[in-house]
Ligand binder design. Structure first.
Ligand code: ZN
Length: 252
């Protein structure tokens, strides 16, 4: 935002912020010959914890779709604390209500903090070991058995922060997502992404394998929130055809 672009209208150049161009394209500068910086017709709202685009929009009398469009936000759920959101037409910052019990459900997912059932399953397969105590140790994730070579999908958009081998885990990919969430994909036959690469939700990051300390091909999958392993089943959509409890045997 605030990006200055040169646009050529009627053979004359004029400068105006892209934002103003998008929103106030009627207020043209085609006949102007002088270059001046237009005043922004709005303010920046800085996102604080608990706020969503939906609620910010509500505070300023705008829809979250408008805010997403004017700010170039593709995924309304991906705003983060500290982010500056341009509010067209606003003259001063307004408080944003973060707890509204009677709030109607928004039409689109609004998830500044990833909630339940927001992620994709990384592979289709059978869970043959669940999260929790396992013998004398603790299983930090779930094991999903699937044929060697099955594509492993990024559960959500993010940045690859690890793609290498690790003792015991074999080939492993770690992706960092919004909201302090990290997803871990291990025992891969091959990693298909590099560190530093951004991945889209559903992008293939690796293929199922049996590298590391395993007895057969499967994906060892973890979700860590603020560096603590949590039960991935709490974050994944419910299985369609078999209940998780039928399928999970934590003592495996
Ligand atoms: Zn495992």
């Amino acid at each position: 935002m605030g990006e200055i672009r040169l646009v050529r209208i009627g053979g004359k150049r004029c400068v105006r912020p892209l934002l103003v161009f998008v929103f106030f394209s009627v207020a043209g500068c085609a006949s102007q010959t002088t270059i001046s910086k237009p005043r922004p017709q709005g303010i920046y709202h800085v996102v604080t914890p608990g706020e969503t685009l939906f609620r910010i929009g509500k505070a300023y009398g705008l829809t979250y779709q408008e805010l997403a469009r004017v700010n170039g936000i593709k995924d309304a759920g991906q705003i983060r604390v500290g982010q500056r959101i341009f509010i067209p037409g606003a003259t001063r910052p307004l408080p944003v209500e973060t707890i509204t019990p009677a709030e109607p459900a928004p039409a689109a997912p609004v998830l500044p903090e990833p909630g339940f059932e927001t992620f994709l399953w990384p592979v289709n397969g059978t869970i043959n070991s669940g999260f929790g105590p396992r013998g004398s140790s603790f299983h930090d994730g779930i094991d999903i058995a699937a044929p060697e070579g099955t594509p492993i999908l990024a559960i959500e958009a993010g940045e690859v922060i690890y793609s290498d081998q690790l003792r015991g885990y074999g080939n492993m990919v770690i992706v960092r997502h919004a909201g302090g969430i990290v997803s871990v994909y291990a025992h891969n036959e091959a990693n298909l992404v590099r560190e530093g690469q951004t991945v889209a939700r559903g992008e293939v990051v690796a293929r199922v394998g049996s590298t590391g300390r395993v007895s057969g091909p499967h994906l060892h999958f973890e979700i860590r929130r603020n560096n603590t392993a949590e039960d991935p089943l709490r974050y994944l959509p419910q299985l369609c055809c078999v209940t998780a409890s039928d399928n999970v045997s934590p003592k495996n």
